[in-house]
Design a binder for this molecule. Sequence first.
Ligand code: CP
Length: 307
Amino acid sequence: MQELSVRHLLGIKDITSQDIQLIFETADNFKDVLNRPIKKVPSLRDITIANVFFENSTRTRLSFELAEKRLSADVINFSSSGSSVKKGETLLDTVNNILAMKVDMIVMRHSSPGAPHFLSRHIQANIVNAGDGTHEHPTQALLDSFSIREKFGDVAGKKVVIIGDILHSRVALSNIFALQKLGAEVMVCGPITLLPKYIKELGVKVELDIRRALAWCDVANVLRIQLERQQMKYFPSLREYTLYYGINKKMLDSLDKEIVLMHPGPINRGVELSSDAADSHHSIILNQVENGVAIRMAILYLLASKQ
Ligand code: CP
């Protein structure tokens, strides 16, 4: 049996293109399972997984929980709000207490970049990073590239533009690593104030004009403005952002080719995307969400076999 090169999924930076292909092939099989009348397999029976979320989430948390249940794992959910974290307990103490209850794997979201990497140096259980601050969101990038592969047959050679708040986005960084490892051409587009100073060192194209970016790409992956991570004003107003970087259906329909529209969610309708664009035939946003379950089943299954 083929194996992943890693014991934890901390970031796309740490895995190989062979790892990504193995995750995709495994997810293909689990997607078949999810389309059957009985959507459950016994693969992770006797494995207990804790979803440990120190930050808000809808998609990632539900998708992991469903993936775990579809694999017949036992699941516990921890959320920092309402927990003893509020009484001053450290991250390591919290996780060690969860592990003392005979938990085998940890899926963690945390607002601090590097939190899952820190944990991986102190605990034995497998860790999956479900988003660490502005750093990485590896499962989102994998489901995004899997959805591009599903739409076009291959990611290699595709032109993908990531649009919006690149500076504060863990989705952008993980997508850049994943797309490059799979042979896509990557562009970022947004206001100069929302592009990191080091961005060109990542080997991506940079475009400030949204219309030129849309004319170039096969796929536009549009990000939310992450106001919760912004300590200062990066543009005059949301209205102005929408005026210069918002995408509507008319803009998509006026292109001389069909492009695919993606978004990791949650969408701020009327800001980065108009409703008529988000709900148009260009959009594969809900396909991304659907694919997230199969991708997370594949990752949990492959990591469990490394125990
Ligand atoms: N895409 C994503 O991470 O969404 P949630 O924050 O709802 O999990």
